[in-house]
Design a protein around this ligand. Structure first.
Ligand code: A4P
Ligand code: MG
Length: 201
């Protein structure tokens, strides 16, 4: 885990709630895309970035035949409301020239809001927790690396959800949109996503 060194960002995190973001890329320079995403999301300190996971190469889930993804999870503590967090996620996608040609299609960058504190919402514009997170080893594995006691509000412990993916077989690679097991999620040795350093005084 890389600790946030930006002391100047502590104010942005005061009285905030923990937010979990999932980052994915399978088009272009995937690692550079994830690095740029972290830089963009953490840039102004309003999304108080706390830690970023290692990078995982993952079998694609759903959509047309497409290349493997790189996935990671970013933890933040922020007072920003959910819609503003989603707006920032989508702004990062737009900055990486993401084209929405097809649902679950290949993309330079996908930023999903996995949780916003304990909030539970069925709003289609921002469903919380993310409606497919519980079935996705590419979300649960990097999240558990950062937070072994992670809980998906209303759905249980992330570790138990991951175990269920494995034992039910839902997670077998290649089955529709359901998901992939941990065999489809491989840590990329040496690939590191750094949080931005301290802001200049
Ligand atoms: N939306 C609602 N709730 C949320 C939320 N919690 N986080 C809405 C983010 N967005 C949320 O998203 C569609 C709509 O979901 C948005 O209008 C937003 O308001 P989108 O980003 O436009 O389209 P999408 O990402 O193609 O669709 P979707 O259904 O969000 O796909 P997912 O669930 O994001 O899946 N396989 C691997 N291995 N790794 C991946 O990262 N990603 C996907 C995308 C598929 N397969 C993958 C991966
Ligand atoms: Mg998405």
């Amino acid at each position: 885990m890389t600790e946030c060194r930006a002391a100047g960002r502590a104010a942005g995190r005061a009285a905030g709630r923990e937010v979990v973001l999932s980052l994915g890329s399978n088009l272009g320079d995937r690692l550079a895309n994830l690095r740029r995403a972290v830089g963009l999301l953490c840039a102004d300190g309003q999304l108080g970035c706390v830690a970023v996971s290692g990078v995982y190469e993952t079998d694609p889930v759903g959509g047309p035949p497409q290349d493997d993804y790189l996935n990671a999870v970013l933890l933040a503590v922020t007072a920003l409301p959910g819609p503003e967090i989603l707006r920032r996620a989508q702004a990062a996608e737009a900055a990486l020239a993401r084209v929405r040609a097809q649902r679950w299609g290949p993309r330079t960058l996908d930023v999903d809001v996995i949780t916003c504190g304990a909030e539970v919402s069925a709003d289609p514009a921002l469903t919380l927790p993310h409606p497919r997170a519980a079935q996705r080893a590419f979300v649960l594995v990097p999240w558990l690396e950062l937070a072994p006691d992670a809980v998906l509000p209303g759905q249980g412990r992330a570790a138990d959800l991951l175990a269920a993916i494995e034992t039910t077989g839902i997670g077998t690679a290649g089955i529709g949109t359901a998901g992939i097991g941990t065999a489809g999620v491989r840590r990329v040795p040496g690939a590191v996503l750094e949080l931005p350093g301290p802001e200049p005084r």
